[in-house]
Every structure is written in structure tokens, then in C-alpha cells.
Design a protein around this ligand. Structure first.
Ligand code: 5GP
Ligand code: ZN
Length: 115
């Protein structure tokens, strides 16, 4: 947990462009955007992968989607649409071991979710 980049972003040890923050969730622009709008939405609780999500996290995960909804309206891409992606493990290419939801928007996204 100490060396987690996203925990460092939460603790403001690493700067980021924050678009939303409360006591449970933080959302910030991805440093290497894959679309005109690429926001990462993460819980402040350090959960390594989607496989580590437990029953006690159910409310938190549902809450994250409420926040994604709020951000979509706040940032002005709710009407045009957006895509949410969460990578888990090696085959999905999960780089940061702190669960995160990629929110992609700002252009017509490809028909294929994966190449
Ligand atoms: P993953 O491949 O784990 O699903 O996605 C990790 C994402 O985190 C990548 O899109 C990467 O660009 C982003 N990322 C990695 N380090 C940083 C950072 O220090 N700041 C920000 N804002 N994004 C980061
Ligand atoms: Zn973390």
C-alpha cells in the first residue's frame, strides 16, 4: 500500500488534475489519456484488484457508479455518452494495483472494446 501510486495521489504526495473528491472517492485525469476525456475514478480504500472486492465493498462500488454519473454531468459528456473500463490482472494489463474505473469520452469510441 505504501508504494501505491494511486494512494499517493489520494494523499496528494503526487499531483493530479482532480475533477471530483469526497471522503470515499477521488477522480482525476489520466496522465496518458486514451481519449479526449479520460478520467480515473477510484475508491480511497486501497483495494488491489477487482478480485479483492468483498461483500462489504458493495455499497462503495455502487457509490462509485453514482459518482461516475455525477462526473459525466459535471464534465458535460453525459448526453453524448461514455465508456467505463476496469482492468483486472495480467491479461487485462492492469498496471496499477489499486482498483480504478477508466471513464472515456469526448469522441466516438471504437465499436470494438478490445483489439
Ligand atoms: P491500468 O492499466 O492499470 O488499468 O491503468 C492505469 C492507468 O493509470 C493508466 O491509464 C495510466 O496512464 C494511469 N496512470 C499511471 N500513473 C499515473 C499517475 O501518476 N497519474 C495519473 N493521473 N495517471 C496515472
Ligand atoms: Zn492504493
Amino acid at each position: 500500500m505504501n508504494n501505491c501510486i494511486f494512494c499517493k495521489i489520494i494523499n496528494k504526495e503526487i499531483p493530479s488534475k482532480i475533477v471530483y473528491e469526497d471522503d470515499k472517492v477521488i477522480a482525476f485525469h489520466d496522465v496518458n489519456p486514451a481519449a479526449p476525456i479520460h478520467i480515473l475514478v477510484i475508491p480511497k480504500k486501497h483495494i488491489e484488484t477487482l478480485l479483492d472486492v468483498s461483500e462489504e465493498d458493495s455499497n462503495l462500488i455502487a457509490y462509485i457508479f453514482q459518482i461516475i454519473n455525477k462526473i459525466a454531468k459535471q464534465e458535460g459528456f453525459a448526453e453524448k455518452g461514455f465508456r467505463v473500463i476496469a482492468n483486472c490482472g495480467e491479461d487485462a494489463g492492469q498496471e496499477v494495483k489499486h482498483i480504478h474505473f477508466h471513464v472515456l469520452a469526448g469522441k466516438k469510441l471504437g465499436d470494438k472494446i478490445v483489439e
